[in-house]
Design a binder for this molecule. Structure first.
Ligand SMILES: NC(=O)c1ccc[n+]([C@@H]2O[C@H](COP(=O)([O-])OP(=O)(O)OC[C@H]3O[C@@H](n4cnc5c(N)ncnc54)[C@H](O)[C@@H]3O)[C@@H](O)[C@H]2O)c1
Length: 663
């Protein structure tokens, strides 16, 4: 069956043959046993409702086995036979160019070269799902292939509820992921309701179809490492950055360290993943012996090398060993998946990787104890280093939060709202004040022709736009502009494209709008094909997350989620092609609300109107909130935006003279 027909048929009327479990694929770990026997029946009933009753007898035992073996029903039998990747937009069946762009983005998120656990429909972060099972995928693609620009597809946490009549200026798809009644948003609630098949963890760009492979995170991490060294007043060259995790996102750290120009040591317990990063060239050398690692790092420091080194083992061993060996760590962080500590995100020290996986599935309480014990040791070792001058920051993976819950010594002795921990998050010290408050965030685009030449042309266009803008940019944002011009100039050389022909750069509202308008003009002139715009949810406005994106909000409002909700609602009526809002993502279920959009540029006047209206709102919504919280950079940026756009009128804060509080 040809590709288009396979998409159009949706869930096949005749059952396909069962598929073998391919052990060479990186599979999701077995999820913890959480359902009662009655709830298991409910999960099975829920799964079977996607299929005609005549198939239930065959499928019931099969799904039951999946639930027992993997803790979830993925419906492996229904994995499509065609190759999964972002095709040229014209290869998709359908009635709407906008909708075809969404199909392309969905397939990119499930591409084997891109996705972490492609057979379980997980794109990254261990549990960041595009769909919960293959029936949802098949049904969604079918709906997309038949809908028109007078309909909107409604997605409930991976489940396509259906097509509803709307109008051509409405989003074609509206996505929600993991939205829970607040009291049911604890990690075990995710385990339970996900196993029941009624919700999923969309992470940020997994369930919103906006993942662009590792490039996005490499760029963001490079900016963080560069600015981290600026923060401590040191050159990266010859100085040491220690961290851990070589997974979906964390794997970017050694590559970013090399682009920034430092020595990176990154610990990883999973040999498969370490091998992938080594073969990919993001890791230069791998050590599994601590003494050899120490000798190598000392040599790299002496010779001021730029090198990335993996330690195959537990990160706690590295922090402890470097302390006893007196290796000075300049910059320290951690990117294990602590948003998901009990289900494979963080591995206990002193236990082999295999044994830990077994313990996780069979002795979850003991596993939890071991994880918490490890977190206490981890924090104690970091504390020894920071006492000797290391600058440590939390890398948005809930390290400090989970360490504090484990009783580790990470609390600020003089806590204030927003500064509860001993150490800052990377947003509090680095990304917030240096980027987000000024509106700079992870703008991205995907060339829908999937032609690398189009990407090169868009790189050139973006570079020209920024070079023009920097001539008149105020001094407050000159560094940002310079970093991004340098990035876009070197983007082709860094060869970071995996999957779709995508690019990322940090830009403010004006930069995003000018670049998008220039793309739309180039499409109109026939120089390039259509372009999808989007961004990471990890942005100025996309995410309310008190320990990460909004951790540098100090007026108490960082525990609210009005901004993220407003953002998505506002984007949806200002022209987004699709919008999404998620619970979870980054720091964990119940800990964050995040949202984003996708927008297809097709060279039309309508696309120009949409991009101008939506991008202006999308960025300035977050800046206004940051300004109201009295963040200096944001107060500057929002006043600039009001000067540029007379229809914008934002409430500005008055600053209290602190001496009034003196007794
Ligand atoms: N700051 C950011 O910009 C940012 C961006 C994306 C993700 N994150 C967060 O970073 C975390 C990592 O994301 P990811 O996609 O790489 O997840 P991942 O699960 O793919 O990778 C984490 C890796 O850490 C390894 N690991 C776990 N415990 C370890 C230990 N004790 N010692 C050594 N290695 C260990 C795991 O084997 C795994 O490979 C997540 O919590 C994510 O939400 C932060």
């Amino acid at each position: 069956m040809i590709f288009k027909e396979a998409i159009q048929q949706g869930i096949p009327a005749v059952l396909p043959a069962p598929k073998p479990y391919e052990s060479e694929i990186n599979h999701a770990p077995k999820r913890k046993e959480i359902l009662t026997d009655e709830e298991k029946k409910l999960a099975l009933r829920n799964a079977l409702r996607y299929f005609e009753p005549q198939h239930h007898e065959v499928l019931l035992p099969e799904f039951k086995e999946e639930l027992e073996k993997y803790g979830r029903i993925y419906m492996y039998r229904f994995r499509p036979d065609y190759k999964m990747y972002a095709r040229d937009i014209n290869e998709y069946p359908g009635n709407s160019l906008q909708v075809k762009s969404i199909m392309m983005m969905i397939q990119n998120n499930l591409d084997y070269a891109v996705a972490q656990h492609p057979h379980e429909l997980i794109t990254y972060g261990g549990n960041g799902a595009v769909f919960s099972n293959w029936a949802q995928y098949l049904l969604t693609m079918k709906y997309l292939s038949e809908m028109t620009d007078e309909q909107t597809l409604v997605m409930y946490s991976g489940h396509p509820m259906g097509l509803f009549p709307s109008h051509k200026n409405a989003p074609r798809v509206v996505v929600t992921n993991g939205m829970m009644i607040p009291n049911y948003s604890k990690p075990d609630d995710w385990e339970k309701f996900n196993a029941l098949g009624v919700t999923q963890y969309g992470q940020m760009t997994a369930g919103s179809y906006m993942y662009i492979g590792p490039q996005g995170i490499v760029h963001g991490t490079t900016i963080t490492v560069l600015n981290g060294f600026r923060k401590i007043g040191k050159e990266p060259k010859g100085n040491l950055f220690v961290t851990s995790g070589l997974g979906g996102m964390s794997g970017a750290q050694p590559k970013a360290g090399t682009i920034a120009g430092c020595i990176t040591v990154c610990a990883e317990v999973n040999p498969k993943i370490t091998k992938i990063r080594h073969e990919q060239g993001w890791i230069h050398e791998v050590f599994s012996n601590l003494d050899e690692l120490v000798a190598r790092v000392k040599k790299a420091q002496e010779n001021k090398e730029v090198v990335s080194i993996a330690y195959l083992g537990n990160v706690v061993d590295v922090w402890e060993k470097f302390d006893t060996e007196n290796i000075h760590i300049d910059l320290g962080s951690d990117q294990t998946s602590l948003h998901n500590p009990w289900a494979g995100g963080y591995y206990p020290v002193g236990i082999s990787f295999e044994n830990a996986n077994e313990m996780m599935a069979n002795q979850p309480e003991l596993f939890k104890e071991k994880v918490q014990e490890t977190l206490r040791r981890h924090a104690a070792a970091i504390n020894k280093h920071t006492a000797k001058g290391t600058y440590f920051f939390d890398y948005g993976n809930a390290f400090l939060l989970e360490a504090s819950r484990a009783g580790a010594d990470v609390m600020n002795p003089n806590p204030t709202l927003g500064r509860e921990f001993k150490y800052p998050s990377y947003v509090q010290d680095i990304m917030g004040p240096m980027c987000f408050d000024y509106g700079f965030g992870p703008f991205r685009w995907v060339c829908a022709s999937n032609n690398p030449e189009d990407l090169q042309k868009t790189d050139e266009i973006a570079c020209q736009v920024l070079e023009e803008m920097i001539k008149t940019s105020p001094s407050e944002i000159q560094q940002q502009m310079k970093d991004n011009i340098q990035w876009i100039r070197g983007a082709q050389e860094n060869k970071l494209v995996v999957g779709s022909q995508a690019r990322i750069l940090y830009a403010d509202a004006e930069g995003r709008t000018n670049i998008a308008k220039a793309f739309n003009d180039a499409i109109k002139a026939g120089k390039i094909g259509p372009v999808v715009l989007g961004r990471d949810h990890h942005d100025v406005s996309g995410t309310d997350s008190p320990y990460r994106e909004t951790s540098n909000i100090y007026d108490g409002s960082r525990f609210t989620a009005d901004m993220a909700i407003h953002n998505v609602i506002g984007d949806s009526f200002r022209g987004a092609t699709w919008v999404s809002i998620h619970n979870g993502g980054g720091v964990g279920w119940g800990e964050v609300i995040n949202g984003g959009f996708g927008m297809l540029l097709d060279g039309t006047l309508e696309a120009e109107k949409r991009l101008k209206s939506m991008l202006f709102w999308d960025v300035n919504n977050g800046i206004s909130r940051r300004s109201w919280a009295r963040n200096g950079g944001a107060m500057f940026a929002i006043q600039r935006a009001m000067e540029a756009e007379p229809l914008l009128k934002v409430t500005l804060p008055n600053i209290v003279n602190e001496t009034l509080f003196d007794d």
